[in-house]
Design a protein around this ligand. Structure first.
Ligand SMILES: [Mg+2]
Length: 209
């Protein structure tokens, strides 16, 4: 039993290493190209994709770092952000970081500040529902948003608002992007079906009036 578990651990480590190796080989342009292909596979795309920062876009808590340090993203981060931008999908940030100053400095250093249509970075007791209420004021309905985060309590709270929400395990990557877009397409198709199902009832009540 122990041996089997060890084999599985080794297998997982091997797949993680080969994934990281492949990301390094691909570079930002390679990842962007692959992300563009993934985006091209879906007829329905979200209008806005929202990302958490710590352990979703970058592999650290920015509150534990000094502003003087040079930040870096997960290997697929930049390619995915630029592919979404090129495809005309807006992107935003929802972070509960207690050090928005450091977070914003890091985004500046990575030359990413101007790429986001909204940056909601503030500490809050709510599990990001407050962040999404603010983002919602940009005019995009919750059901047209896709959200990536590494904490399941945020995923749970935000998905209840109607946002397709994806839990990332080790930062956002091409696999998570594909999964997110597939779930978004599925949710928007079932939303449409429900609307169609409701239609006969509402037309009936119109007739009665
Ligand atoms: Mg996080």
């Amino acid at each position: 039993m122990v041996k089997l578990e060890w084999v599985l651990v080794k297998k997982n480590l091997w797949s993680l290493e080969s994934r990281l190796e492949r990301s390094r080989e691909m570079g930002d342009d390679g990842v962007k190209k692959e992300a563009m292909e993934i985006l091209g596979m879906f007829q329905v795309l979200p209008r806005l994709v929202v990302f958490d920062l710590d352990y979703t876009l970058w592999p650290f808590y920015c509150e534990c770092r000094s502003k003087q340090q040079m930040p870096y993203l997960y290997p697929h981060g930049k390619g995915i952000l630029y592919a979404l931008k090129d495809k005309g999908v807006n992107i935003a940030i929802a972070s509960r970081s207690p050090t928005p100053d450091t977070a914003n400095t890091f985004l500046d250093k990575l030359e990413l500040s101007s790429i986001f249509v909204a940056k909601e970075i503030f500490s809050s007791w709510t599990h990001k529902t407050e962040h999404f209420q603010k983002i919602n004021r940009t005019g995009v309905p919750y059901k047209e948003m896709l959200f990536f985060d590494d904490e399941d309590r945020n995923i749970e709270a935000v998905s209840k608002m109607g946002v397709t929400s994806i839990l990332v395990d080790d930062g956002v990557n091409l696999g998570a992007l594909r999964q997110g877009l597939a779930e978004f397409a599925q949710n928007s198709a079932s939303g449409k079906k429900n609307k169609e199902k409701r239609l006969p009832d509402s037309s009936k009540s119109d007739e009665l009036q």
